[in-house]
Design a protein around this ligand. Structure first.
Ligand SMILES: Cc1ncc(COP(=O)(O)O)c(C=O)c1O
Length: 417
């Protein structure tokens, strides 16, 4: 049983939810009843538009129309069409974004391409706390191309670029720290990189769909991101690659697959890249996943990302307040900035038993996740999360911690998806 609070948090949550202009969007998702889902920053829930589309793709398009679907049902163009749909959410005009493969593969493509675009520069700069794949891929690309990786924290980047910038080919960062939820200054980093003559590559996994991103307006060179977090494209949904128009002519990719060829059905002996972003296609696209992602993106139809951002900040701000009032006295410490301008769409709380607490929360229907060794992460998605759900999560966590109602040494590894 969850005990009721003594503060006015209940009333605040009710008022904020009653005034929520995006409340109707929750119906665009098939959320299970009795679950508070705060892990959409890891795997977005199922959009209602996806099952009927997938049924049609499988039974009619694949089952009946068979191979004719490559043209008849628009399969061939899907990577570019879905890329443009994602582009609309990240401030990219059409023709610069291609969907497919995983974020890791797209990162590999983007870093190789960036190195080719700055052949006279030997440094590849990235965040020491970047997501593991970003660090591993940067190291591998540097090794293969005879470059050096330097790990510079976002706070030190500006100073570093002032002294060493003319040796830097590309700086590779994420606007949102996946552990703490801290939001970095995309505009400032992009400008600093460009002032040094370097390119900038953003990993948008934790930003796309959660807040307005203005790739074209900021003059970003390259970006990648996944389809399965805030974009809710499903487990293993295709990732995407953005390359600004001005780089297309000289864009060289490390895996010159046949679908990126200028004349893919000419079966020519040698590779000749297609014009535009189509040259970043690699092999046969994963049509089922691509079309599921395309259907999922319709949850954003008619949605203003500025409103999404405003609600997301209201949600994270409210959760921080709940944490402050209910959880800090029990040994939890927030590591997410309280300054709204420095906050993405998640709240992370530090506690030595983060893993066990996450498990105990899940047993009570509150799905969050953790990052080793001691961070509980709560992802909010303004398209469906309510303030009341956040209060429920905070109450649950308070009760579990106060009653020590968790196994301090749970078996198995923490959820890491
Ligand atoms: C910031 C970031 N980059 C990259 C990845 C890896 O993406 P993928 O598994 O699609 O290669 C993740 C996965 O969670 C991520 O959070």
């Amino acid at each position: 049983m969850t005990t009721m609070p003594t503060t006015d948090l209940t009333e605040v949550a009710a008022r904020l939810d009653a005034d929520d202009p995006l409340a109707h969007l929750r119906d665009r998702f098939l959320l299970p009843p009795d679950v508070v889902y705060l892990d959409g920053n890891s795997l977005g829930p199922l959009p209602a538009a996806v099952p009927p589309v997938l049924t049609d793709v499988v039974t009619r398009q694949w089952g009946t129309d068979l191979i004719g679907s490559w043209n008849g049902n628009g399969w061939w163009e899907a990577p570019l069409r879905v890329g443009d749909a994602i582009g609309a959410l990240i401030g990219a005009a059409p023709g610069q974004t291609v969907a497919g493969d995983s974020t890791s593969v797209q990162l590999h493509t983007a870093l190789h391409a960036a190195a080719s675009l700055r052949p006279d520069r030997a440094l590849l700069v990235t965040d020491p706390d970047h997501f593991p794949t970003d660090r591993y891929v940067a190291a591998a690309v540097a090794e293969r191309r005879g470059l050096e990786v330097l790990r510079v924290s976002p706070a030190d980047l500006s100073g570093f670029l002032r002294t060493e910038g003319d040796r830097v080919a590309v700086v590779s960062y994420s606007p949102v720290d996946f552990r703490t939820g801290e939001l970095y200054d995309m505009r400032g980093v992009t400008q600093d990189a460009h002032r040094a003559g370097a390119l900038v590559l953003w990993d948008l996994c934790h930003a796309a769909g959660a807040l307005p991103v203005e790739l074209d307006a900021l003059g970003v060179d390259l970006a990648v991101g996944c389809g399965y977090k805030f974009l809710s494209g499903g487990p293993g949904a295709p990732a995407y690659l953005y390359v600004a128009h001005r780089h297309h002519r000289d864009l060289r990719t490390p895996v010159p697959g046949w679908t990126g060829h200028a004349d893919p059905f000419g079966l020519g002996r040698d590779y000749a890249p297609a014009p535009g972003i189509a040259r970043a296609r690699i092999g046969t696209p994963p049509i089922l996943s691509l079309l599921a992602l395309e259907a999922a993106l319709t949850v954003y139809d008619g949605v203003d990302l500025a409103e999404v951002r405003a609600k997301s900040l209201s949600l994270t701000g409210f959760l921080l307040r709940c944490a402050d009032e209910l959880l800090t006295p029990l040994g939890f410490a927030s590591v997410t900035p309280s300054d709204p301008g420095r906050r993405g769409s998640q709240v992370s709380l530090r506690h030595p038993h983060a893993h066990a607490l996450t498990r105990a929360l899940a047993d009570r229907g509150v799905i969050a996740d953790m990052r080793a060794p001691d961070l509980l992460r709560f992802g909010v998605n303004a398209l469906y999360t309510t303030h009341r759900e956040l209060l429920t999560a905070a109450w649950c966590l308070r009760d579990i911690a106060a009653e020590a109602a968790y196994d301090p040494n749970p078996r198995g590894r923490g959820p890491v998806t």
